[in-house]
Structure formats: C-alpha cells, structure tokens
Design a binder for this molecule. Structure first.
Ligand code: UDP
Length: 369
C-alpha cells in the first residue's frame, strides 16, 4: 500500500515575546490531541526563515519592551493607521514576499494559520502569488484591543478571544460572518493540570512572571515582599531574561521566605498549578493561562497600546487588581487575602476562563482539512 500523505498545516508566527509561539504550540497540541497522527503540522518563524533583514526588526522587540516600552507604545499607535500600514507593507514586500511565496509553494499546505499581526497582509499576497488555493485562518492573540495590522478582510476566518475583540476586528473592516469568538489558545496542558488542588497546609505561593522576556520590576517587587516579612513562597519565572535570573538567584538566600528562581521553562502549567496568585505583566498569554489555572492576577506592568485592553479586562471582570508601584503591590496582596476579595476573584475567574479554547480552535480548523 502506498504511504498515506498527511495533510499539512503551516503555522506562521514570529518570536516577538513568548505569546505567539505559545499560541501556535497550543493549537498544534490541541489538533494532535483530538486527531493524533493525522496531520503534518509545521511552525514557521516567518521573518527568521524568509527575511533576515526584517528579522532584525523582530529581534528588536525584546530590548525595546525591556528598556523603552514608551517607544513601543509610540510605534504601536503611529502604525495603527490604514495608510501607514499599507506603506509599511509596500516597503517590506521586496524583503520577504518572494521567499514567503517560495516557502508556501514548496510546502503546499492544505491550511495556513497565522498567530502574528505582522505577517497577515504579506501572507494573503504570498498565497495569491503562489497561484494555490489555500485557506488562511488568523488566530488573534490579543484578547480585547487589537492592532489594525491583524486584519486583512481577504482572510478566510479570524478567531478571537472575546466579544470585544470581535467588535474591534469588525470595526477594522473584517466581515462579521468571518469572525468567530472562541477564546485565547492556551496549551491543553493547562486544562489537564487544572485538577491540581492546593491544600491548607501548602504555603501561600505567589508566582511572578514577565512574559517570555521576563519584563517588569520583578526584583523590586521581591525586595518589597522581603521588607514586609512575607510569610509565604515566591516563584519567579524570568523567561529569557538571563541577567534577571542571575541577579535573583544571587539574592534568593538573603530572604526570610523561600524564593524559587526559574529561567525559561516549559513547565508553566505545572508551576501555575502549585501557585495561589500571580503577579505579572499584562501579557495576553499569561493572563489566559492564569485564568485557566484559577489564579487571581495582580498586574504590575503592560505594554502601552498593545496590552492596555488586557488591564481593563482584568479590572472589569474583577479577576485581579492593578498597581505599578512595588510597595503597593505587596499591600494589595495582603489586603485581598484578608478581605475576602481573593475568593471572590476566584469565583469570577470561573465565569470568564476558557481553558479548552485551543480545542475549540482545532475543531474550527478541521472544517478546512
Ligand atoms: N512562557 C514560557 N516559559 C517561560 C516564560 C513564559 O513558556 O519561562 C510563556 C507563557 O506561559 C506565555 C508566554 O510565554 O504563554 C508569554 O506570553 P504573553 O502573551 O504573556 O507575553 P509576551 O511574552 O508575548 O510579551
């Protein structure tokens, strides 16, 4: 019998932060979970593989959000304009379109899925240039407010996390019938690990995160917990921020409480499973994951523009609090623990969390396969 050719699905992303890679991985795992071994799924870092020149700009994301989030905000709002986006697309085209088209023609996938705003306009053109008829689905990884760059009306389907995001997509020109609200794609492991129970004997455990790049004022916040003689445990996930990891590891022994310092890890679901609360940057991936694990959220930083909507969402849904001031963060934690707000937040989280969203997205993709 000739070997059965598996249908191919290509996932386009770029490693700006950790959220886009995590989203693609989550969908791939969900597809595999529901239909094991049926598809050949490949992740393509569009800029790294098709344009070393444009990849230089993608690589600037980490230092810019770390050292100058304000600059990021300026760029975000400046580019949130149809005319400027069209110009940007025109300027970038010569650096990527040929190789992206070549890649699509060589792989001949049955379906292309994008989880990144900056590749969508170019992908629509590359599919057209390839002469192939390939459905193109965009999964938006910003839960509420989204940048205009996500939207290209020629896309076959846009999947979003909330009704607010759907309204935004439609206001940017996406036909309503091509936008579906399912939820933010998070690793199916978060669904399974949800069964981890915290007992009364476990020390109150706070997880600190700053997205894939370990952004935010983690060091200062931990210092404040030290001053306040915190009686629980802290876990700090530093992501790819090596200098933060080294700095915290050196200081860990000097605190009265236990501080566990972790570098980039693939164990976020398990670590969230043994935590009670999270202090984090308003990254969309981390928020959706924390909600899936029933962790109340204290937001301490956010990217201007891109993540502001996430902050409003957390406050509006009453699943967390916000403070940029490290000292106030510690006061907030102490206050919600004694006031009953902590338990109320956990109830609210049950209402909004969608730990199974990736499975829902996978089922939607099957309609094209
Ligand atoms: N993440 C991870 N390991 C780490 C740090 C982060 O897997 O050590 C994941 C995290 O679980 C989340 C993503 O990276 O899925 C971060 O995405 P988010 O949207 O929160 O922020 P971004 O990094 O994109 O700014």
């Amino acid at each position: 019998m000739p070997p059965v050719m598996k249908k191919k699905v290509l996932y386009l992303f770029s490693d700006t932060g950790g959220g886009h890679r995590s989203a693609a991985n989550a969908i791939i795992k969900a597809v595999e979970y529901l239909r094991p071994g049926r598809y050949n799924q490949e992740m393509v870092d569009a800029f790294a593989q098709c344009s070393s020149f444009l990849n230089v700009f993608a690589k600037l994301y980490a230092p810019v959000i770390k050292y100058s989030p304000e600059l990021w905000g300026l760029l975000y709002y400046w580019l949130d304009d149809q005319k400027k986006l069209a110009q940007l697309e025109k300027i970038s085209r010569p650096f990527i379109l040929k190789d992206l088209t070549k890649l699509i023609t060589a792989r001949r996938p049955e379906l292309i899925v994008s989880v990144h705003p900056m590749v969508n306009h170019l992908t629509v053109q590359a599919i057209r240039a390839s002469g192939l008829k390939i459905p193109f689905v965009v999964v938006i990884t910003d839960p509420v407010t989204l940048h205009r760059a996500w939207i290209k009306p020629e896309t076959d389907l846009v999947i979003v996390g909330t009704k607010e995001a759907r309204q935004n997509a439609v206001s940017y020109g996406m036909p309503e019938k091509k936008v579906k609200v399912i939820g933010m794609p998070i690793d199916p492991k978060f669904l399974i690990a949800q069964k981890t129970k915290r007992t009364k004997e476990d020390k109150f455990t706070i997880l600190l995160m700053g997205g894939g790049e370990g952004a935010g004022k983690m060091g200062e916040i931990i210092k404040e917990f030290g001053k306040a003689r915190f009686d629980g445990r802290l876990i700090a996930i530093c992501g790819r921020n090596k200098s933060l990891e080294e700095e915290l590891k050196k200081k860990a022994a000097g605190f009265s409480f236990e501080l566990e310092v972790i570098g980039f890890t693939d164990q976020v679901p398990e670590i969230m499973g043994r935590s009670d609360l999270i202090i984090t940057k308003a990254g969309p991936g981390t928020i959706a994951e924390a909600l899936a694990k029933n962790l109340p959220i204290i937001i301490t930083s956010w990217l201007p523009g891109q993540e502001e909507g996430n902050v409003d969402y957390v406050v509006k849904e009453k699943v967390g609090k916000v403070s940029k001031d490290p000292k106030k963060v510690v006061e907030l934690v102490n206050r919600i623990r004694v006031s009953g707000e902590f338990e109320a937040m956990k109830k609210n989280i049950k209402r909004v969390s969608r730990p199974d969203a990736a499975l829902g997205i996978a089922k939607e993709l099957f309609k094209y396969l």
